[in-house]
Design a protein around this ligand. Structure first.
Ligand code: XMP
Length: 321
């Protein structure tokens, strides 16, 4: 891999920020750049770096792909407006669900999301704006896992030999690609982003689609969205690295009000990890597990079974697809 990692102990956030702001300014020149904000620490840090470098010449979009958590687009847009950064929410739900229709293979789903995002949605926005650059928050772990062939992270392009200029009509700038998540958190804190952002648990680029096993329809995403809300409410004070709900493809026989109920299964995962490369399940109390099961089976329609993942990464991965 040609990219050189900057280890957390070698990172000087102020210097790093100064250098990246200069780099972005000199690459973009007097032109325009665009970027997508998801509200995660990576894209938030990149938005602030781009904003410092380019001001109004950076157009930031929140792509509403129908795969985000409840209320997320509005919440994140409002937060950045307060920081003086204007965010435009782009409704692309129909395009993403059309692309995901009928797909069950994890890598095919990831590829459909990548193509919809970079080609259909961003290709069009960039053209409309006559921008030449897309800023994005690819990090060192994304590159490493994609190059190692573990998962194709949706934001990896050039490292896979994709010429973005030729394929999509714009160049990609990746200011935090040498950093892992812990380094990006330090940079985000130094950029004065709020704690709720720089301490945010990671959330995958393909969003809730990474947590739906089998076909990703809007109904199935809604199930996982409801379960995610309960899992996040219940586990946000555990100090865990990441916690999530997964919707399984198989159904199981359950029982409700004395009648057979052939229903859905949700798997909860809660990870201890430093950098997402390895991980182990958090030893949640039985009381917490009980609350999760109770909450999910009463509040998420159709769910009759809740399980807790007790497998380490490896051989598991953090997300399900
Ligand atoms: P896995 O599931 O590979 O996840 O063990 C490792 C970390 O990366 C996040 N993740 C992604 N992040 N694009 C991203 O930006 C992706 O396609 C993607 N897939 C997984 C995951 O949430 C975990 O923190």
């Amino acid at each position: 891999m040609k990219i050189e990692e900057i280890k957390i102990e070698d990172l000087h956030p102020e210097e790093f920020i100064k250098q990246k702001v200069e780099e972005i300014s000199s690459i973009v020149g007097t032109g325009l750049a665009v970027n997508a904000l998801s509200g995660g620490v990576d894209s938030s840090a990149v938005t602030m770096l781009g904003h410092k470098a380019l001001g109004n010449r950076l157009k930031t979009y929140f792509i509403e792909n129908g795969l985000m958590r409840e209320g997320e687009p509005q919440k994140i847009a409002a937060l950045f407006e307060k920081l003086g950064v204007h965010i435009e929410i782009v409704d692309a739900k129909a395009q993403f669900f059309k692309a995901l229709k009928g797909l069950t293979d994890p890598e095919e789903k990831r590829e459909a999301i990548t193509q919809t995002f970079y080609k259909d949605v961003f290709g069009k926005l960039v053209k409309e704006r006559s921008a030449k650059y897309l800023l994005q928050g690819t990090n060192y772990t994304d590159v490493e896992e994609t190059v190692a062939g573990i998962k194709r992270q949706h934001n990896i392009l050039e490292q896979l030999g994709i010429d973005t200029q030729e394929e999509y009509g714009y160049k990609v700038i990746e200011p935090v690609i040498q950093l892992r998540k812990s380094g990006i958190r330090k940079v985000a804190e130094t950029l004065k982003l709020p704690k709720g952002i720089y301490n945010r648990p990671p959330f995958p680029g393909p969003a809730l689609a990474a947590r739906v096993i089998g076909e990703c329809t809007s109904e199935r995403v809604e199930t996982v969205r409801k379960a995610t809300k309960i899992v996040e409410q219940e586990l946000c004070n555990t100090g865990a690295f990441q916690y999530l709900a997964i919707l399984h493809e198989d159904k199981v026989t359950g029982i409700r009000e004395g009648k057979r109920d052939y229903g859905l299964q949700i798997e909860v995962r809660c990870w201890n990890s430093k950098d997402a490369i390895t991980g182990s399940p958090t030893r949640l109390s039985y009381e917490t597990l009980d609350k999760l099961a109770e909450g999910i089976t009463t509040e998420v329609p159709g769910v009759v079974s809740v399980t807790y993942n007790v497998t380490k990464k490896p051989p598991s991965t953090i997300e399900a697809i």
